[in-house]
Design a protein around this ligand. Structure first.
Ligand SMILES: [Zn+2]
Ligand SMILES: [Zn+2]
Length: 382
């Protein structure tokens, strides 16, 4: 098939998606666009899987193995800055994470594989909603994804700013972190700023709490484990001449193992209770798990690297990238089947992800598409 024409087509899909971004679970136009393209290519298509998710199925030959390729479709609530001709037409929402590129690349792979085949078995093309807030994969799984569209293994990718264009990175084992969120509410008694002794004010308590939380990673988690505890907000109901009776401390934790996440929570509760006792307040801790750790299967990572070697020059492949303390909803699928998640370079001059000037690099479209097609042919060899 004419690859130059396909690259041009992916670019035009990408620009259409970039101009029409939609927030998580609101990807109606995007899902309709994806479903229409997949039907044009001759795939079986299911829409509304987990809200706005789309699943395309392509079968060739008689093989009974199935692999899934996954892209994410959602955009962010960030007002786009800059003057791209295809900039967002949906005020306050933009594709600042490159999911427009991910969707276009997976569509390109679907078109290529539908036309050329070169594999024996079933490919599931998963277009998931709401990756950014870590809910879309679970929504698809809760909607019967694994029983309705079974598959044995799964692959996904993300563009990576700062990694040179045409480069490929992954690693076996723990690759991306869990994300936990917390909110600690201290309740005392507010009162006049001139008479602190008559209050049980909460601001000094909250400041002590913020400092003590720093000891979780420094003194309570093994130095050989990776963990981050970041306090990101401190809110009170005080004003210039009134001491607050309530203080809220919010934040975000990262880790790569369930037992480390559990330890962070336990130590946080202990510290919060100790501070509350010291400062004569009541305390309530809410600790939630938003993303689970992403752990790449060792054997399938070897296959992903073998597929990458068909697309990327050997010197542009990094087989043991260090783990990243960012999180990915793709990890939820790995609770059900083994798989591998990889990065492709978005260029050294790329804006960071989630920056209001970010733009997916169109020159990377053939790389992601090529990897998707190559892993299908590697794992479903005919
Ligand atoms: Zn993102
Ligand atoms: Zn993303």
């Amino acid at each position: 098939m004419d690859l130059t024409a396909l690259h041009e087509e992916m670019r035009s899909w990408r620009h259409h998606l970039h101009a029409n971004p939609e927030f998580g679970f609101e990807e109606k136009g995007t899902a309709a666009f994806v479903a229409a393209r997949l039907r044009e290519f001759g795939l079986e298509v299911a829409e509304g899987v987990g809200g706005t998710g789309v699943v395309g199925t392509l079968k060739r030959g008689t093989g009974n193995r199935a692999i899934a390729l996954r892209a994410d479709m959602d955009a962010l609530r960030i007002p786009e800055q800059g003057e791209l001709p295809y900039r967002s037409r949906n005020p306050g929402v933009m594709h600042a994470c490159g999911h427009d590129g991910h969707t276009a690349m997976l569509l390109g792979a679907a078109k290529l594989l539908a036309e050329e085949g070169g594999f024996d078995g079933t490919v599931r093309f998963l277009f998931q909603p709401a990756e950014e807030w870590g809910r879309g994969a679970l929504a698809m799984l809760d909607d019967g994804l694994m029983s309705r569209f079974p598959f044995d293994e799964i692959y996904g990718l993300h563009n990576m700013p700062g990694v040179p264009l045409g480069h490929f990175e992954t690693a076996p084992g723990p690759f991306m972190s869990a994300e936990d969120n917390f909110e600690i509410v201290l309740k005392g008694l507010g009162g006049h700023a001139a008479r602190p002794q008559a209050t049980r004010e909460t601001l000094v308590a909250a400041c002590a709490l913020v400092m003590d939380l720093q000891t979780i990673v420094a003194r309570r988690i093994a130095p050989t484990d990776i963990a981050v505890v970041s306090v990101t907000e401190l809110l009170t109901d005080g004003t210039r001449n009134a001491l607050p009776g309530t203080a809220r401390v919010l934040g975000d934790c990262r880790s790569f193992k369930a037992e480390v996440s559990a330890e962070i929570e336990q130590q946080m509760r202990l510290i919060a209770e100790g501070v509350a006792l010291t400062y004569r307040c009541a305390v309530e801790v809410t600790y939630t798990r938003e993303f689970v750790p992403l752990v790449n299967d060792a054997e399938l990572t070897r296959h992903a690297l073998a597929a990458a070697a068909k697309v990327f020059p050997v010197e542009a492949i990094r087989a043991a990238r260090e783990p990243v303390t960012a999180s990915e909803d793709f990890a939820r699928f790995l609770d059900h089947v083994p798989g591998c998640f990889v990065y492709i370079g978005n260029g050294e001059g790329s804006m960071p992800l989630h920056n209001p000037h970010f733009d997916f690099n169109d020159a990377a479209l053939p790389h992601g598409m090529g990897f998707h097609a190559a892993i299908v042919r590697e794992r479903l060899a005919d």
